[in-house]
Design a protein around this ligand. Structure first.
Ligand code: GLU
Length: 451
């Protein structure tokens, strides 16, 4: 029997748009992957016949639930929570939890879809998932955050498990929130298992998990530069964001001899022409984590710097750029500006920070451009190592983990080269990451038949 259901890319995307109306972020993420995968699948009948991409772009399940909690004034508050379990072909669902007012089903579906490829790229046995809520932690007391986390877990616990689905942190969810959620999980189930990653070191967490995403993005950047016989020494870096990913990316750039001149948050960016050194990075870390302050206040502490309200940092001339804030923070015009100003390499610390227009600009300019699913995979990779340590009931040494993180980032770079080398000294890292991630998941799915 001949297979007749062979669609081309535009028809495929039309279907995705129709089935996911009003979910622009999800459609965008699928489009970015499908552009490369359709090329790759051209002569691979089985992927078409088994509708593999169509199946990866349809989450295994989306759980949506109500989260009620009481604020400090005794008001009853209602939020929406989700867990998107996208694909578990190569391991338990794995991916972070995001608490931010911008969270929607579309955002979490895009993140879970991206996570599926990212996790495959790490080489560790992890499927893709993502969860979160439109809860806004900004301005909430610690007790309010605790009550919210407990209420969120009171529903989530029945959908997760160490061999089922292992959430972690993301925007708005750090060690403190993971602690509150783990405490509630343990209380409900009476089970001390590695059901969450990003845990505290005293209760099953892993060394270097906190640093891993930012460090990994810089290792990947260094791997890309090395293909041009260059390194980070003396390079000027523009970084967006000022959270966990951005500050650790800055730290590693400085350690490797680079100069970081910007950081940002939703209020704007700071430009420090003297360079943001380790002392200043430590100040930002404690300002953002302990004092929950704004980046704007950096200029009071370090008067050589300037604050640019309501702006992103992409107009600041640089050699390398690391978008480490959030999705769609770097648009086509920003990409053009970066290139005009001489930027040679972009390594994404955030998930899908560059919009489709920007991706096409970077590809056309043939600069070194790493998509988040490759360059920010260090975080989830060390989460995977945390899962292994939990299963073994032991903790590995810092040096061992540092080396494993470097090796994993090098391995991802190698996979990108294997499928993205276009000849003439140009590597399409987007294509390489998409195909390498897809192939691993797709081949596992083929083995399972139509399920
Ligand atoms: N939220 C992070 C990411 O986007 C980490 C996920 C994890 O550690 O499971 O990859």
């Amino acid at each position: 029997m001949a297979v007749t259901d062979h669609v081309d890319l535009p028809t495929f995307m039309e279907g995705v748009k129709k089935r996911n109306a009003h979910q622009p972020e999800f459609v965008q993420a699928v489009q970015e992957v499908a552009e490369d995968i359709f090329d790759f699948m051209q002569d691979k009948e089985e992927y078409h016949a088994q509708q593999i991409l169509r199946r990866i772009a349809e989450p295994d399940r989306v759980v949506s639930f109500r989260v009620c909690w009481e604020d400090d004034n005794g008001n009853v508050r209602v939020q929406r929570g989700w867990r998107v379990q996208n694909n578990n072909a190569i391991g338990p669902y794995k991916g972070g939890i995001r608490f931010h007012p911008s969270v929607t089903e579309s955002v979490l579906k895009f993140l879970a879809f991206e996570q599926t490829f990212k996790n495959a790229l790490t080489g560790l046995p992890m499927g893709g998932g993502k969860g979160g809520s439109n809860f806004n932690p900004k301005g909430k007391s610690v007790r309010e955050i605790m009550r919210f986390c407990q209420s969120f877990m009171t529903e989530l616990y029945r959908h997760i498990g160490a061999d089922v689905d292992v959430p972690a942190g993301d925007i708005g969810v750090g060690a403190r929130e993971i602690g509150f959620m783990f405490g509630q999980y343990k209380r409900i189930t009476n089970n001390f298992t590695g059901v969450l990653t990003g845990k505290g070191l005293e209760w099953g967490g892993s060394l270097i998990r906190t640093e891993a995403t930012g460090y990994g993005a810089v290792y990947f950047l260094a791997n890309m530069l090395a293909t041009k016989s260059e390194d980070l020494n003396g390079k000027t870096a523009v970084i967006s964001g000022s959270g966990n990913v951005a500050t650790h990316a800055a730290e590693k750039i400085v350690q490797l001899g680079g100069k970081v001149v910007t950081l940002s948050d939703s209020g704007g960016y700071i430009y420090d022409p003297d360079g943001i050194n380790q002392e200043k990075i430590d100040w930002v870390k404690s300002h953002k984590t302990h004092r929950r302050g704004r980046i704007e206040e950096y200029v009071d502490a370090f008067p050589g710097a300037s604050f640019h309200a309501g702006k992103t940092p992409w107009g600041v001339p640089c050699d390398v750029a690391l978008p480490c804030a959030t999705q769609n923070e770097l648009l086509g015009d920003d990409a053009r500006l970066l290139i005009t100003n001489g930027c040679k390499a972009v390594s994404e610390g955030a998930n899908m920070p560059t919009d489709l227009d920007g991706v096409h600009v970077f590809k056309a300019a043939k600069i070194l451009y790493a998509p988040g699913k490759a360059s920010n995979a260090g975080g989830v990779a060390v989460s995977g190592l945390e899962m292994s340590q939990n299963s073994e009931r032991r903790s590995w040494k810092e040096e061992e983990l540092q080396q494993m993180l470097k090796d994993i980032m090098l391995g991802i770079h190698k996979s990108c080269l294997a499928y993205g080398d276009q000849g003439g000294g140009y590597v399409d890292y987007v294509k390489g990451a998409n195909i390498a991630g897809f192939k691993k998941v797709a081949d596992a799915m083929l083995a399972f038949g139509v399920v």
